[in-house]
Design a binder for this molecule. Structure first.
Ligand SMILES: [Zn+2]
Length: 336
């Protein structure tokens, strides 16, 4: 596909909002039940900071677009709390090298931030190549990508018309970094310098990270696992909040299979490190996600219309996550 446009919508749950995208050919804005964007902005900003951050080890630094949290030895969560995506990228350091897992929206200068954290050579891998996770890729010479057509296509970046909304007033709780405006914000093209497959191991020096291909949210979605430390980075395949499964490139059958694969790792994990909202989540939630997904597909979830063809499925008794879907017939028979 030549052109990637944006489907934007607001995430509403008690303390949640976000925006997402997809690859429709026309730019479409989908709004939730709150019709006034100014009100939406007030909603999202007033619920920050999220309480989960109070117990994390925040690092001081001199860039006020990002907040840094040392969540485990050698693992820095790079959080963008002032923008409605609330993206979290991670710098993971071994003794010899570092891996930057996602590079954010491209609004702030993530390359400058990570180069102040470490002198080690930094490579980049994206949890998937949706625009909110590849924004800083252009600034790095070593970019790994999953060997998929989807990742290849995404190297071309995004035009301003597709992602201007990400730099708009309704998306922000504070002014943009200097020099960035709604009118000049673009998703800059980048080059994947090495294509990899499921099972690839990053050896950072006394720290090994294995790539687990978990297609579903996108064809190129991955989890990253540090088995010795008991940490698993889940990208957008799991984060606390409404999990977005509505993009045209989302494959629900693949998502269910990928969840099953991730759940096998749960007994050996201490924490999940997702790509939005909060950076340290108890792994047990993955079992509930799998059950909740089944509940949704078999008609047991509460369906809340968001308008414009979108619905949120809430699982009875579940407060930590929900599913945001297109309002169309679910493939009950295809999925088990
Ligand atoms: Zn995302």
């Amino acid at each position: 596909m030549q052109k990637f446009d944006l489907l934007a919508t607001f995430r509403f749950q008690p303390i949640i909002k976000l925006v997402l995208f997809c690859t429709t050919m026309l730019t479409t804005t989908v709004q939730s039940e709150t019709p006034n964007p100014a009100q939406s902005m007030a909603e999202f900003c007033k619920d920050l900071p999220r309480p989960e951050y109070a117990k994390l080890n925040r690092l001081k630094h001199d860039d006020d677009w990002f907040e840094l949290y040392l969540v485990a030895p050698g693992v820095t969560a790079i959080y963008e709390p002032h923008q409605w995506q609330e993206v979290i990228s991670y710098l993971i350091e071994g003794e010899k090298k570092a891996l930057l897992f996602d590079t954010g929206n491209g609004l702030g200068n993530i390359a400058a931030v990570v180069k102040k954290i470490t002198d080690k050579p930094i490579s980049v891998l994206n949890s998937h190549t949706h625009y909110d996770h590849v924004g800083g890729n252009y600034a790095f010479d070593n970019v790994f990508g999953m060997d998929t057509d989807f990742a290849r296509q995404r190297q071309s970046g995004h035009a301003n018309r597709d992602i201007a909304i990400e730099a708009s007033q309704e998306a922000l709780c504070r002014p943009l970094p200097e020099g960035v405006t709604k009118n000049n914000h673009v998703g800059r093209p980048f080059k994947i310098t090495q294509f990899i497959k499921d099972g690839f191991i990053f050896d950072l020096g006394n720290r090994k990270l294995e790539v687990i291909h978990i297609p579903g949210h996108t064809p190129d979605a991955v989890a990253l696992i540090d088995r010795d430390a008991g940490l698993m980075w889940t990208g957008d395949s799991y984060y606390s909040g409404p999990i977005w499964l509505f993009a045209p490139e989302t494959d629900l059958e693949a998502y269910a299979e990928s969840l099953a694969r991730l759940i096998k790792e749960v007994p050996n994990l201490k924490a999940l490190l997702p790509a939005h909202n909060t950076p340290w989540v108890s792994p047990e939630v993955l079992r509930r996600v799998k059950r909740g997904f089944h509940t949704m597909l078999t008609g047991g979830a509460k369906l809340i219309s968001k308008g414009e063809g979108m619905v949120e499925y809430k699982i009875p008794g579940e407060k930590q996550f929900s599913f945001l879907m297109r309002d169309e017939k679910l493939p009950y028979k295809k999925l088990k």
